[in-house]
Write a protein that binds this ligand. Structure first.
Ligand SMILES: [Fe+2]
Ligand SMILES: [Fe+2]
Length: 631
């Protein structure tokens, strides 16, 4: 800073220094020599000549901008070492100082000011860079906007600030404001902004607008100030700096507005007098700082929007994939989405819980997203399971039952056919005795009817046994009878029930054979293998591992790896609880009756007592009602 651009100012208590200072070369003092209006903060880069009490007061609340003090010292006054030795003190003058002394002290003051300005610029640059780093690492747009406002205010000393964003079509939205002087608070919003507002003009033109008084805009200006928000919060906007926020290629992605630059950071602007005493225009320094910040903010906003786009795209892709997989088995439609909802709500509740065993479990936003995606994709591997196995609703497949029913029909016809042949033979044998023939014929017909009835009974038995809800401790006697039965076909007999049909129909539980169960269970391994093919970002890196463990049990009895408790990640344990709950309560699975929420929680309770699922997590699942649907 050279001497001609610096300001030399006198405090009230140093008015009588005026005559003495006028001996200093006029070019250095310039037109800026004026009496300092009481003790407000000195403008940037000024040399102040203050009395001891004034200096003491000023130094107790040092401003951000660089300034240098010359003490106006009267012999009667006392100066404590804190004031005399302060780094901002360039020298001391008293009423009988010689011209050489005045000259030397002021020269020293301007030199010190130059050094301070350089240091201040470096410090500010460092601040801006620091802020740039902070902005670049914030991915959530609303948080980012709030950060920009806070930093912009602290860098420039503005009392208030507002931020706007522009969408891909160039439409400008008001998003957020901050104001140190009102108790009103703002939450993130998205309100359309008029073209002729100041922000609208800045977005359209890409030019900054700097106003000393928002209420004194000339009629010819291409924008207008809207006093509505001032009225709404009981405020008075005076100085205003509105800047475009641009991306890397210079497109306007948003607008930053700074309101009422203050001479003291902590002061509140409640009355017109406060405004008059403390609001200053945005000077060159604050404009430069705001511009530097705007450059960083524009790029950060664009990045954050791109990040949100990618996240939306990705989430959309995941949802579409899950829906495609679930469409192979319509009876489980919505299962993955419900499990994801339950698990996410459970994770949020666990994050808030201070219960024993859960106190150390905290999930960041990224971790919650990782858990949600893992839950959404936990059954992704079902894509590798044959569809008829996947949707198998009864112990025998529909085509097997069809074949079996046809066999019963064939048996019925075979029996009839054999009876008619017998009747022909009989007719030849007892042709001479019609009475005998009638009696024997009735016997044969009765026997056929009885056989047909038996077949009907057997078919009924088979169809009943085919239901997965019918559980067997051992093969029932009726079914053994069916198995032992064979019907005539040519010269031999044909069994009504094949061995594999008998064993399938006597499955002790559910609808799946051991082999089919293994195939269904292989979905977990398929899930892991498929998910491992995706190059997840670092914050989603553990997703395959979480999904891989969703059928593991704490006592090691789960599948596919039979993991021990310590090796099952907490997100997987949460998924297990949600998965079991939904499987139990889902109303639309034909092979299994849905149970009520209470009953499902009881069953989960029993699982927890048997150390199969995590009891602490189950408690939070129940207490937080994480399982409620549609919440
Ligand atoms: Fe599963
Ligand atoms: Fe599942």
């Amino acid at each position: 800073m050279d001497q001609t651009s610096a300001k030399l100012m006198l405090g009230e208590g140093a008015r009588d220094a005026h005559a003495l200072l006028s001996i200093y070369p006029v070019t250095a003092i310039g037109k800026d020599l004026r009496v300092h209006p009481g003790l407000i903060l000195p403008p940037e880069g000024s040399v102040l000549v203050l009395s001891i009490p004034e200096a003491r007061q000023l130094l107790t609340s040092p401003p951000v901008a660089p300034f240098v003090l010359v003490l106006w010292f009267r012999p009667s006054e006392h100066a404590d070492p804190d004031v005399l030795e302060h780094a901002a003190i360039a020298g001391v003058l008293h009423p009988d100082s010689q011209p050489e002394a005045v000259y030397t002290v002021l020269q020293a003051a301007f030199r010190l000011l130059a050094v301070q300005s350089t240091e201040d610029a470096a410090r500010m640059l460092e601040n801006v860079l620091e802020i740039g780093r902070a902005l670049a690492s914030e991915k959530v747009l609303d948080t980012l906007l709030s950060l920009i406002l806070t930093h912009a205010r602290s860098l420039t000393g503005a009392d208030g600030s507002s931020i706007y964003t522009r969408d891909r079509d160039g439409v400008l939205y008001f998003r957020l404001w901050q104001n140190a002087s009102t108790s009103a608070t703002a939450s993130a919003q998205k309100t359309l902004v008029g073209d002729y507002s100041i922000a609208g003009y800045v977005a359209r033109s890409g030019e900054s607008v700097l106003l000393d008084d928002a209420y004194a805009i000339p009629d010819t200006a291409p924008y207008k100030f809207n006093p509505a928000s001032d009225r709404a919060i009981g405020y008075r906007t005076k100085s205003l700096l509105t800047l475009p926020l641009t991306n890397k290629i210079g497109d306007v992605v948003g607008v930053l507005q700074l309101i009422n630059r203050k001479n003291r950071p902590g002061v509140q602007l409640r009355t017109p007098e406060d405004i008059a005493a403390h609001v200053q225009s945005f000077d060159a320094r604050s404009c430069h700082l705001a511009q530097a910040l705007a450059g960083q903010a524009g790029v950060a906003i664009e990045n954050s929007m791109l990040h949100a786009d990618i996240e939306r795209l990705f989430e959309g892709f995941i949802k579409a994939s899950v829906q495609a997989i679930e469409s192979r088995d319509p009876t489980t439609a919505g299962h993955s989405f419900r499990v994801a909802d339950f698990t996410e709500r459970l994770a949020v509740a666990v994050d808030r819980s201070d219960d024993t065993g859960l106190r150390d479990l905290r999930f960041s936003r990224d971790q919650l997203r990782e858990i949600r995606y893992a839950a959404l994709l936990h059954d992704f591997g079902k894509v590798g399971v044959r569809e008829d196995v996947l949707v198998k609703a009864k112990k025998l497949y529909p085509h097997q039952i069809e074949l079996l029913t046809q066999r019963f029909k064939y048996a019925r016809l075979s029996i009839s056919h054999q009876a008619y042949r017998r009747l022909f033979e009989l007719f030849e044998e007892v042709e001479h005795d019609p009475e005998e023939f009638r009696v024997r014929r009735r016997e044969i017909e009765q026997a056929v009817t009885a056989e047909h009835q038996r077949l009907e009974q057997y078919l009924h038995t088979v169809l009943r046994a085919n239901e997965p809800t019918v559980l067997h401790a051992s093969a029932p006697q009726e079914l053994r009878e069916v198995q032992a039965y064979s019907f005539p076909d040519g010269d031999g007999g044909v069994p009504l029930l094949h061995d594999f049909e008998f064993s399938d129909l006597t499955l002790p539980k559910g609808s799946l054979t051991a082999q089919e169960r293994i195939e269904i269970e292989s979905h977990v391994t398929h899930t892991f293998e498929f998910l491992s093919l995706i190059p997840w970002t670092r914050d989603l890196a553990r997703l395959p591992e979480f999904a891989y463990a969703h059928h593991e049990k704490l006592d090691g009895s789960g599948y596919p790896r039979g993991l021990a408790q310590a090796d099952i990640p907490v997100p997987a344990r949460m998924m297990t609880i949600s998965d079991i709950y939904d499987a139990l309560t889902a109303p639309d699975r034909p092979y299994k009756l849905a149970v009520s929420a209470e009953h499902a929680l009881d069953i989960l309770g029993a699982e927890a007592r048997a150390n199969k699922i995590d009891a602490n997590l189950l408690r939070v699942f129940i207490e937080s009602r994480a399982y409620r649907t549609g919440a």
